[in-house]
Write a protein that binds this ligand. Structure first.
Ligand code: MFK
Length: 578
């Protein structure tokens, strides 16, 4: 399958999505050209402008060739592998031919190739090698952004691998050192991926109800886990980080502890783990997601007993950033296809792109994508600063606030954009072998896993209440907007600053817990929109300064900013209305 997929690439069919059969020469027959994708780095005006804006020139020069190369692979080799993995979903083999329980999960060659390429490319390692200091996260997430949309969501195992590595970096010890080295290795033969087993039958969001029990075994060093994990993604991973309640520990989240599990023994047999079945999901079909029973699974307690939710937050705060990057890169891919198609497709006597209403619709989606991108990469920058110890207290508080904000906002935007892009293809968008439906199916998981929109909205209040995270962010927006000088951005800067002040006033006057809960979602979206707007304006200002010699060239950034502010920022502030 993998070989066949690569041969398709070699014969030039790969980057055309759902390529059509060539015409048969009869002049009265019409065949629609498929949309096609160019190098995903070279053609991404926003990514390249962002890197030029933010990265120190020496770092930008170092990472650009690598990103260019990955941008090419994204529409050739990786795209073919992603398609091949999707066409051959994982299979659960519970028994061997002689009746022994084996619980093998078989995945395609393509899925395995994506694992190898991920290691070799350093998709996780780059973040931990920290060759570019705090900018290493931007470098890594730019790579992930190019990789994700072609990868059949191999980004999911990578997200959990990265989160687990961060968790072990913070809480691990000598016993987990080898695991950390493997998670961050570039050597495919050593590279491990990790699962993140948090969800049980009692509920994915309410982790405090976890009923898996941990009992210390006779050795006194190792625990044994007993329970059921209801969603375990990337179950072919070599290890997992999970939560369990040590026997006798109190109920609730505080009584949970975090554990390291190595899934298989030296012979490849699962260690006290039964695979009950694979989930039959709407999307992410190449990704194995299983229900597991843990029956005496050996596990190491990591980070000491208790407060497991707070400790494992270091893992899921990383996977939430991955989620946001996956969301914006999915939007970018969908829009690249929609734009290309609009330039080919003729209707009512001209190209779709030449119909003002169609062009206007795509421009509105572009603006949403740009806003989501800027918010996401602001969080990526903050994460990089946290991990290298360079973040100030104010930046740490902003990271705490903007991580759930970026995750919840971009996930919803990704679904909206995928749905609109599907519609922009008309009936063809609804047909499986155009591959357009996958865009929507794979986007729809983004608001669900890693914390639903409402759960994360409540987390925003938690961040405001427990870490006083709003004040530093408000100060940041004030300072960012105060630096805006270009006349075409000044009114926008005033609007963004006003929006931030309105949010600040709203939070101060909303003291009733019930009112806080009721408004949580609208508040989270208001913060998301204002944070994104602040970055859009700052970016437009930079574009304006860069092209001072040619005022015309600032127009797209300024126009996009104005369009988005007028529609989305204003509409998103209903929460602050008296
Ligand atoms: C391509 C992208 C791929 C992405 C990978 C996808 C793989 C899929 C894998 C999964 O989906 S795994 C399942 C994901 N599940 C969740 O994300 C759980 C969603 N639920 C929540 O996030 C709840 O808010 C939470 C479970 C955290 C509530 O827990 P509790 O124990 O009821 O709440 P509590 O008592 O407020 O928090 C406990 C401690 O954790 C507190 O510490 P302190 O007492 O010291 O203050 C909190 O402050 C802390 N905490 C909670 N959330 C935090 C956090 N600390 C930092 N950051 C956070 N986000």
């Amino acid at each position: 399958m993998y070989e066949r997929a690569l041969r398709r690439v070699a014969t030039g069919g790969s980057s055309a999505v759902g390529a059509t059969t060539p015409g048969n020469g009869m002049s009265d027959e019409f065949y629609q050209d498929a949309p096609s994708l160019g190098n995903q780095f070279e053609t991404d005006v926003l990514l390249r402008a962002y890197l030029e804006w933010r990265l120190p020139p020496a770092i930008r020069d170092q990472v650009t060739p690598e990103l260019f190369h990955l941008g090419e692979r994204a529409v050739t080799e990786l795209l073919a592998l992603g398609d091949a993995a999707e066409a051959e979903p994982p299979r659960h083999v519970p028994y061997d031919p002689w009746g022994r329980r084996v619980d093998r999960i078989e995945v395609s060659d393509a899925w395995r190739a994506l694992d190898r390429i991920s290691a070799e490319t350093g998709l996780v390692a780059t973040a931990f090698e920290r060759r570019h200091g705090a900018w290493s996260r931007v470098h890594q997430m730019a790579m992930l952004y190019l990789f994700h949309p072609s990868s059949a969501t191999y980004s999911c195992p990578l997200a959990m691998t990265d989160g687990a590595a961060r968790f072990l970096e913070l809480h691990g010890d000598a016993r987990t050192r080898e695991a950390f080295d493997r998670l961050t290795s570039r050597d495919p033969s050593r590279f491990w991926t990790s699962g993140q087993w948090m969800t049980e039958r009692t509920g994915g969001s309410d982790v405090s109800g976890t009923s898996t029990v941990a009992r210390l075994d006779e050795s006194g060093n190792t625990y044994r886990l007993y329970g059921t994990k209801w969603f375990t993604s990337a179950t072919t991973s070599q290890m997992a980080i999970t939560l369990a309640r040590i026997e006798g520990a109190p109920a609730g989240g505080r009584g949970l502890s975090a554990f390291f599990v190595q899934l298989r023994d030296g012979d490849g047999a699962l260690r006290g783990i039964r695979v009950n079945r694979l989930k039959d999901k709407l999307g992410t079909r190449a990704l194995p997601t299983a229900e597991l029973t843990l029956d005496g699974t050996p596990a190491l307690l990591v980070g000491g007993a208790g407060d497991g939710v707070r400790k494992i937050a270091s893992l899921f705060n990383v996977t939430r950033v991955y989620n946001a990057v996956a969301a914006v890169s999915g939007m970018r891919r969908a829009l690249a296809l929609a734009h290309d198609y609009a330039a080919r497709r003729q209707a009512f006597g001209k190209r779709l792109a030449d119909h003002p209403l169609h062009a206007e619709t795509l421009a509105g989606l572009d603006a949403r994508f740009h806003a989501a991108f800027h918010l996401t990469f602001q969080v990526v920058e903050l994460l990089g600063r946290e991990e290298t110890g360079e973040a100030t207290d104010a930046e740490l508080a902003m990271l705490r606030l903007l991580t759930p904000v970026a995750k919840l906002f971009t996930a919803k935007q990704a679904v909206l954009v995928a749905s609109e892009v599907m519609e922009s293809f008309g009936g063809a968008g609804y047909i499986e072998d155009t591959r357009i439906p996958r865009l929507l199916r794979d986007a729809q998981v983004l608001p669900i896993w890693e914390g639903t929109t409402n759960v994360l909205s409540l987390d925003v209040w938690r961040a405001i209440e427990r870490t006083d995270a709003l004040a530093p962010w408000l100060e940041h927006v004030r300072a960012e907007m105060a630096g805006v000088r270009h006349p075409s951005c000044a009114i926008a800067a005033f609007a963004v600053r006003s929006a931030a002040e309105l949010i600040g006033a709203y939070v101060r006057r909303t003291t009733e817990p019930a009112q806080r809960e009721l408004s949580a979602r609208r508040l989270a979206f208001a913060i998301a929109r204002t944070a994104a707007a602040s970055r859009l304006v700052a970016h437009a200002e930079w574009e304006a300064a860069r092209s001072a010699a040619d005022p015309e060239s600032t127009a797209p950034a300024v126009e996009r900013m104005s369009r988005w502010l007028a529609r989305d920022l204003a509409a998103g502030l209903d929460v602050v209305a008296p």
